[in-house]
Design a protein around this ligand. Structure first.
Ligand code: UD1
Ligand code: CA
Length: 471
């Protein structure tokens, strides 16, 4: 069976009071319609058509071209919306599922259940999701005959007092036998409100003696569309609970799931502990045995095994294993911290590579730099990478010792094992193994410095205490 799917997303979503199309509002980090499309893909759709309005171009831009788009020029109702997709789906599909772009909480299991039931029933014409709820949510009511067969759907606005008391509701999610659907859409009469109701097809099928099946949904939250910011907030909370549940199942400890804000797209390895108030956003991947948080914000970052990130912001950065960051570190785009690196409080790293074992304990800025292994970056070291016009590179070789309060005026290169005295302003390259000190820094080659270390240089070279740096 070739399953085609029509996602209705042409409604204006006025109640959101937003410039942005409703279906693009994010839930757990993804536009709500992206959740719907991901779920639909997991059900095994051959072709997906998204019905957008003439102002829905932004949907197309954001969601991309892996689905077919059809434009519904005027919002003449759900039946009219579905008929717009006929042209792109008719030759590709034997069965058609219809659902809405504002139902991000629908699960794969629910949709699979619908499709399975549709396929089990011989000559199934329509199979749909229904839910029992005392709160009508303004949904259409399911009408059944004495023998319990579905004979129609009546919209709330058109329902009699008695019909309004019906608690079985139409969720707006259906499977249709494709040929029957295409041949009947044009027969839908205009409703008193001037719309073409897709729901009228149910009555039509029943009166033709065709099979109409209802599949009950237990969890009403799955089928509550998002129409307001309040609905959006509720959906966010529900989705977040689900994501936390998935992390817990995979062996991640969450100290407080209520304050763990993980996007759908995030992966975390087993035995990692997520402490309270932690945001894990975007394409973030965290390894095993890490301790993240409290108060961490991590976006689009890759973090290896055995890392610690406390009260810090990590964005588009790459951390190898056993890296520790924080408190109050900021790793920005292109920061690459090799194994065992430590970035302590008020350290900022941007577009730089720090080699294995390098330590940067306090108040430093490293930008556009390549730093070797086991380098000690003293408190308050700054790469002066921007000259007002362009960004310039800094290179520090292995085992360099940078004293506190050093300004590295880029472009500049410091050779391996060089020592830079505290408070230096390094404006020229420093050869390997030499000592640089003062403002602007003078350079003493290694042999000299070993011969007679002068007192001034000794004082200037004092950095923060080594234990402290490594803490
Ligand atoms: C619809 C059903 C109702 C069901 C409810 C469940 C009809 C006539 N009624 O009612 O039985 O209980 O869904 O949520 O189908 N849309 C378009 N183009 C249009 C009209 C709507 O794309 O011309 C889209 C909207 O963006 C929305 C969806 O279809 O995502 C549902 O439309 P809406 O007007 O909200 O339907 P309801 O009146 O709630
Ligand atoms: Ca409506």
């Amino acid at each position: 069976m070739r399953l085609g799917v029509i996602v209705l997303a042409a409604g204006e979503g006025k109640r959101m009071k937003s410039q942005k199309p409703k279906v693009l509002h994010p839930v757990a980090g993804l536009p709500m319609i992206r959740h719907v499309l991901n779920t639909v893909a997991d059900v095994g759709a051959m072709a997906v058509a998204v019905v957008i309005s003439s102002t829905g171009n932004e949907v197309r831009e954001v969601i991309g071209e892996d689905v077919l788009y059809v434009v519904q020029e005027q919002q003449l109702g759900t039946g009219h919306a579905v008929s717009q997709a006929r042209g792109v789906l008719e030759r590709r599909t034997d069965e058609v599922m219809v659902l809405y772009g504002d139902m991000p909480l629908l699960t794969v299991e629910t949709l699979q259940g619908l499709v399975q039931r549709h396929r089990q029933v011989r000559e199934a014409t329509i199979t749909m999701l229904t839910v029992s709820s005392e709160d009508s949510m303004n949904f259409g009511r399911i009408l059944r005959d004495r023998r319990g067969r579905v004979v129609g759907i009546v919209e709330e606005a058109d329902a009699t007092e008695k019909q309004r008391r019906i608690t079985e509701l139409n969720c707006g999610v259906y499977c249709f036998e494709a040929d029957w659907l295409w041949s009947h859409l044009s027969r839908i009469p205009m409703s008193p409100s001037g719309e073409y109701y897709l729901t009228d097809l149910v009555g039509m099928a029943a009166s033709e003696g065709r099979s109409v099946e209802a599949v009950g949904v237990e969890d009403v939250t799955q089928v509550q569309g998002i129409n307001t910011r309040a609905h959006l907030a509720r959906a966010e909370a529900i989705m977040r609970r689900r994501i936390c549940g998935r992390l817990l199942n995979r062996g991640v400890t969450l100290i407080d799931p209520n304050t763990t804000y993980a996007d759908m797209t995030v992966e975390v390895g087993p035995d990692t502990v997520i402490r309270p108030n932690t945001c894990l956003w975007g394409n973030t991947r965290i390894g095993r045995g890490c301790i993240i948080g409290p108060n961490a914000i991590i976006r689009d970052a890759v973090i290896g095994d055995g890392c610690r990130v406390m009260a810090s912001v990590v964005e588009e950065a790459f951390l190898e294993d056993e890296v520790s960051v924080g408190p109050f570190g900021h790793l920005r785009k292109g920061a690459h911290l090799a194994k065992g690196v430590h970035v302590g409080n008020f350290g900022e790293v941007k577009n730089s590579r720090l080699g294995p074992g390098t330590k940067m304990g306090h108040f430093s800025y490293i930008g556009d730099a390549t730093i070797g292994r086991d380098v000690n970056i003293g408190a308050g070291t700054v790469t002066c990478n921007y000259d007002g016009v362009r960004k310039n590179p800094t290179t520090l070789g292995d085992d360099v010792f940078v004293g506190s309060g050093t300004m590295l005026v880029a472009p500049v290169e410091v050779g391996a094992r060089a020592v830079i005295g505290a408070g230096s302003v390094v404006t020229r390259d420093v050869p390997p193994g030499s000592v640089a000190y003062g403002v602007p820094a003078r350079i003493r080659l290694k042999s000299e410095s070993e011969a007679e270390p002068d007192e001034g240089a000794q004082a200037e070279m004092a950095s923060t205490d080594k234990d402290d740096v490594n803490a």
